[in-house]
Write a protein that binds this ligand. Structure first.
Ligand code: RP5
Length: 166
């Protein structure tokens, strides 16, 4: 394994978010993009958040994917402390099905952007695809791998529906 800082940081507010955020990790694996995954809570480990976010660019990260649920401050607070692009993934909460997470992340006041994705698995996968697309702007091999990913996806879609066993 390389000792260099990988281009993508996947951060999440809790161990309980990993089930969702692992979809981002798996997608980056499929594209052969390196990442580091860390638990960083805006509420429970604010100093860890400050230290990570304020140092992320100097550490060598290029893009940050931040997942959190409930009162999901992590993506916005992280974005406030770094010039790197931050993609926010609203984790599906039990009490409000992730609508609380979504609203907490998406409604950033003008000036500090968080690119907000869909709630849950789809958002985590798409955050990884967006992160890869950003990196692919300066990496032709990765751009080719993204094209291949889409081609495989297209080839996997049947033209006609079929009955599934009940
Ligand atoms: C948020 O609180 C986390 O992002 C997580 O989605 C939510 C619940 O965390 P746990 O109580 O499961 O640790 O900070």
């Amino acid at each position: 394994m390389s000792t260099e800082t990988p281009p993508v940081a996947i951060i999440m507010g809790s161990q309980s978010d990993w089930e969702t955020m692992k979809n981002a990790a798996d997608t980056l694996d499929a594209l052969d993009v390196e990442y580091e995954a860390r638990i960083i809570s805006a509420h429970r480990t604010p100093e860890r958040m400050f230290s990570f976010a304020s140092g992320a660019r100097d550490e060598g990260f290029k893009v940050i994917i931040a997942g959190a649920g409930g009162a999901a401050h992590l993506p916005g607070m992280t974005a406030s402390l770094t010039p790197l692009p931050v993609f926010g993934v609203p984790v599906q909460s039990k009490t409000m099905s992730g609508q609380d997470s979504l609203y907490s992340i998406v409604q950033m006041p003008a000036g500090i952007p968080v690119g907000t994705l869909a709630i849950g698995r789809a958002g985590a996968i798409n955050a990884a695809l967006l992160a890869a697309a950003v990196l692919a702007l300066s990496d032709e091999d990765l751009a080719d791998r993204l094209d291949e990913y889409r081609a495989r996806q297209t080839a996997a879609i049947a033209e006609y529906p079929m009955d599934t066993p009940q």
